[in-house]
Design a binder for this molecule. Structure first.
Ligand SMILES: O=C(CO)[C@H](O)[C@H](O)COP(=O)(O)O
Length: 227
């Protein structure tokens, strides 16, 4: 049984076949489906909104891990919750009131997460630890798939793992995850891996192999640091 989770990002899927792609990646062994919502304002790209999430719900009952790269996020939280997201993660930088956003997410009956841009310190979540289930460490600047992993974030992962202590909070890595970079993060204490390009790059017949390769590399490193 794997100690780490793999959450393929459908940002790198074929958007003209999003339902089939979501089903296929779940069938290939994805633990969660990562949904990257972008607004063309907080990040320089636009993806999809709650109506698309609602339609994707028809294709799978897998856990929907929704990463909101939008500002402000609060006016849209209820719509994404109703559309079928299981967790809503907002950016610490998106403002204006992180604590209020997290309280609102939990009041909707959903898990809550906070995402940190590469330049944002770990301390940004220090006073909301009792309100979150997950921290996303962005290992690229948000907005696009297929970017290069930023190694300076490994130190942040270590700081977060120490800060979290015994609390049931996952550390999710998002950006440039591969079988080479995932174990570096797992060794620092990360237990969830978002992968877009590394899973979707070769088409559906290769999803299982790519998910398996990231999982095997990360799981081994995570077990070693936990021992
Ligand atoms: O949040 C994201 C971009 O803002 C994506 O989830 C992330 O970049 C994953 O894509 P890849 O694995 O191709 O880097």
């Amino acid at each position: 049984m794997s100690l780490v989770k793999i959450a393929p990002s459908i940002l790198s899927a074929d958007f003209s076949r999003l339902g089939e792609e979501t089903r296929d990646v779940v069938d290939a062994g994805a633990d969660w489906v990562h949904l990257d919502v972008m607004d063309g304002h907080f990040v320089p790209n636009i993806t999809f909104g709650p109506d698309v999430v609602k339609k994707l719900r028809r294709w799978t009952d897998a856990f929907f891990d929704c990463h909101l790269m939008i500002s402000p996020a609060d006016p849209y939280l209820e719509a994404f919750a109703r559309a079928g997201c299981d967790r809503l993660s907002v950016h610490a930088e998106a403002g204006p009131h992180l604590d209020r956003s997290l309280q609102f997410i939990r009041s909707l009956g959903k898990q809550a997460g906070v995402a940190l841009n590469p330049s944002t310190p770990a301390s940004a979540v220090e006073y909301v630890l009792d309100r979150i289930d997950l921290v996303i460490v962005m290992t690229v600047n948000p907005g696009f798939g297929g970017q290069k992993f930023i190694p300076s974030q490994i130190d942040k992962i270590r700081q977060l793992r120490a800060m979290i202590g015994d609390r049931p909070i996952s550390i999710e890595i998002d950006g440039g995850v591969t079988p080479e970079t995932a174990p570096l993060c797992a060794a620092a204490g990360a237990d969830v891996f978002v992968a877009g390009n590394a899973v979707f790059k070769d088409g559906p017949e290769h999803y299982k192999r790519h998910i398996g390769a990231i999982r095997a590399a990360a799981d081994q490193a995570f077990r070693a640091q936990a021992a």
